[in-house]
Design a protein around this ligand. Sequence first.
Ligand code: BG6
Length: 498
Amino acid sequence: MDNERASNHHLSGIIVIFGGTGDLTKRKLLPALYNLVCEGLVPENFAVVAVGRQEKTREQYLDEALAAVSRYSRNQIQAPCWEAFKKIIYYIQLDFLAADEYNKLQAALVQIDDKHTTGGNRVFYLAVAPEFFEPIVHSLHTYKLVGGERGWQRLVIEKPFGRDLPSAARLNQQLSQVFCEENIYRIDHYLGKEMIQNIMVLRFCNPVFESLWNNKYIDNVQILLSEKAGIGSRGGYYESAGAMRDMVQNHVLQTLSLIAMEPPVALTPDAIRNEKLKVIQAIEAFTPERIKQDVVFGQYGAGIQSGQAVKAYRDEEKVDPQSNTETFVAMKLYIQNFRWSGTPFYIRTGKRLGSNEGKIVIQFKTSPPVLYFSNTLAQQPNVLVIKIQPQVGVYFQFCTKKFGSSEEIVSATMDTSNDCYTNGNTPEAYERLIIDILRGDTTLFSRWDEVEAAWGFVDQIIARKQQVPGDFPNYQAGTMGPAQAEELLARDERKWWD
Ligand code: BG6
């Protein structure tokens, strides 16, 4: 942390958050910024300008920010930190679509620049609904908030980045007329999570794992991102997204690419992203036959969760009572390259499941059935589990002789994980990402060609799904998804590691 503090010292800039009164800002961005202030990680010359459509004074905004930070921050409110935080927060009312209002924004930013000596460096953070991405960027350009002589300007864009390949390509084309690729930060908050960042260290700093990290020694890989929550008030968005677009296109494929990539030639953003991209490009294309066989879609029906009755997806707010949107996906895929050919990767993600968990399971092949064969425990595979959340750490399972017995074999485990003090979509991920944006480090952000390849992969599956409506709902809230998801592995004589 001390190194980090010292190296952040020379950075400077203003973060302009469009959607400054929105949900993401309140739940994630303000708490993350507050924590960075508390930990002395923000640069000395730094300010945050929240831009929103509602009329309110700076004092009113700060009151709301205080409520949000008190509720969502991992650090409690402490007077000195809050005082320091207040000094760098501003609020500007602006109608995103009223182009001429951008002059007002520019004038305010120039004043704040002078006051905080931020040198014209700006991060434009679009925490708004996707329909505003293009008009905002267009106005930033027209009213000369981008370009010019002073400082750098960077664009941060939240998901969804398009809703299929053509719309993502169109959006990217619009953005690239104003920002070059190095200045576009496409957020995938999973990349900011502790254990996702740890994957490369675990693999490339531990020859004991990396030397076995291939189809010769690994039987299969499982990625689970399960949520107990339903879609809450996000029915409007989720109806046109579904689990494929909401989770698979981004978080799941990013996780998969880190697990399966080759070692990069250097720890530079492009060297790493080149290798991640190759993984997505190497995923074997699905024929319609294989989609039918190896992809399971689900949608939750009513059920009981944590002792409470919960409603079916089709009864949620802003959801079509006949909806065909999937809230669950399980699939088996293959990466067709030298390292992975023949090793199945099973992925599973969904809402209203029986667990709230993010983990990657690497199941190794068992020893040849020659020695200790009669002992079924000896046939237990070695399993390495990378626990993303709520527990964070690594778990390893291996065989050992039972103490005192001459031949009895038992399964032993090593577990480095601790209960994480905050669950789920933690502000920690955003803290890391915000600092990287200020530093100009794009490693933890998706490059356009990765996004493009990911859309190419999910589009083929979504297209097929649209032709064959699901027999929904097909799983009860509070369970681990439809029975077909169990059959997917049972067919291969495997099981999910739950
Ligand atoms: C978001 C999805 O990107 O990730 C949400 O839009 C999902 O639907 C969330 O709930 C999961 O993130 P986390 O960090 O809670 O696992």
